[in-house]
Design a protein around this ligand. Sequence first.
Ligand code: SF4
Ligand code: SF4
Length: 83
Amino acid sequence: MEQPFDLPYPRIESDCCKSCGRCVAACPRGCLTISETYNRYGVKAVAYKGSGCIGCGICFYNCPEPYALHIERADAPKKGGAE
Ligand code: SF4
Ligand code: SF4
């Protein structure tokens, strides 16, 4: 399912994910899952189901990998540039 442009969503860097499942267990909306495909290190990384994210950030705060996922808002200002 395509994500509506104005809603928050988790952006996942699959090659940084260790598939520990902490974010999946922590998400109050159940909108994360372990994918069926492998990343470049042979790990089945977490994936967004495509809808349901409320931008709470709980997945981010439960992830032990610093670059594996973060939350984005499509309407947030772009970094380092003019509006
Ligand atoms: S921000 Fe909240 S609702 Fe969205 S994927 Fe993470 S834990 Fe789930
Ligand atoms: S908590 Fe982080 S490392 Fe663990 S499955 Fe989720 S994104 Fe991957």
